[in-house]
Write a protein of this length. Structure first.
Length: 236
């Protein structure tokens, strides 16, 4: 299957499964106006798995098709990302650099950013193609969802860390980020940190409780009890 056949295959599948009711239902999950077919997550996941398993598609073909898929409707983008995720054994560091370019013309919502951050980008750490230093330019990116990807990606690395001080220092610039979506990503990251190392995480949160956006603190302390949460209430 060449790249044109792959794109046509995905679009025909999306059109055949278009669902008007789901379009209205799913739009509520986004602040942005999303162009939808109305497919379900299981439908998209199963389609991507089928394309990978049938054996006549390669990562090279997917990457030729991906620029057009990433400019398409929500489901076309999702299936394209899921296909990339399915070929992890063919990853290279060059692919990481290619992914960096996708934010300039796509990845406009939290769902696609988190597909990258939760599934695709952590694999570059898994195969030791990158380390935290490779995210250096992402901190100053003009694209808020690229900045969000930093903490979301690093969640998967927490289980192998013996201490969190270094990663907290790295992520400090995002504690003052202007974008709500980044606040959510940082809060989520810190909540996962707290589950693993509550003492270190609480020390970091106390440092930032009066300076960081409240949404970060809210997400970070979500699993704490009432008494614990009071410790991170902003001083008046």
């Amino acid at each position: 299957m060449n790249s044109k056949d792959l794109i046509d295959n995905i679009r025909i599948f999306c059109l055949e499964n278009e669902n008007q009711d789901n379009k209205l239902k799913y739009q509520r999950f986004f602040k942005e106006n999303i162009d939808l077919y109305g497919l379900t997550s299981p439908q998209m996941n199963e389609k991507a798995k089928q394309l990978v398993k049938q054996g006549n598609t390669s990562l090279e073909t997917v990457l030729i098709a991906i620029p057009e898929l990433l400019k398409g409707k929500y489901e076309e983008i999702t299936i394209g990302l899921l296909l990339v995720n399915g070929f992890e054994k063919q990853y290279t560091k060059e692919l990481f650099y290619e992914i960096e370019t996708w934010f300039s013309y796509s990845i406009y919502n939290w769902a696609h950013a988190d597909t990258l951050g939760m599934f695709i980008l952590p694999k570059f750490f898994k195969f030791k193609f990158i380390d935290e230093a490779d995210f250096k330019s992402w901190f100053s990116s003009e694209y808020k969802f690229q900045r969000r990807c930093i903490p979301v990606t690093l969640i998967k690395t927490l289980k192998t860390r013996t201490e969190f001080g270094t990663i907290f220092k790295l992520l400090e610039p995002l504690m003052s980020d202007p974008a709500r979506e980044v606040h959510q990503g940082m809060g989520w990251f810190l909540r996962e940190c707290w589950k693993k190392k509550p003492g270190e995480t609480e020390k970091f949160l106390l440092k930032w409780k009066d300076k960081a956006p409240r949404l970060i603190i809210q997400y970070a302390t979500e699993k704490m009890n009432v008494e614990q949460k009071l410790l991170f209430k902003k001083d008046k």
